[in-house]
Unconditional design. Structure first.
Length: 118
């Protein structure tokens, strides 16, 4: 399974970005998928996850109400719509697939950098 994240960039505080993560290979649409992020000098942290049907989602408190995770199983793609971005959202964002435990995922993408300036 390969995960290709894209959509990162440099924006101003208050702007929006949409990240995409396209899966290929022996990917199963039944996999739970998630986004994590890692800011400079910090541990990687959970951002959001979504069940295969899209009916169940989960968010970190820091992004609730601002970020929305969705998926298109026909395209094997998961999205992260990020609104009202803050400088503290600056990080490398990683997508992950196939949850095997709390915040434990088997497959990881290469990451896409999001920089938010004030």
């Amino acid at each position: 399974v390969q995960l290709q994240a894209s959509g990162g960039g440099s924006v101003q505080a208050g702007d929006s970005l949409r990240l995409s993560c396209a899966a290929s290979g022996r990917f199963l649409s039944s996999y739970r998928m998630a986004w994590f992020r890692q800011a400079p000098g910090k541990e990687r942290e959970f951002v959001a996850s979504i069940w295969w049907s899209g009916s169940s989602t989960s968010y970190a408190d820091s992004v609730k109400g601002r970020f929305t995770i969705t998926r298109d199983n026909a395209k094997n793609t998961v999205y992260l719509q990020m609104n009202s971005l803050k400088p503290e959202d600056t990080a490398v964002y990683y997508c992950a697939a196939d949850s095997v435990g709390p915040n434990l995922y088997v497959y990881w993408g290469q990451g896409t950098l999001v920089t938010v300036s004030s």
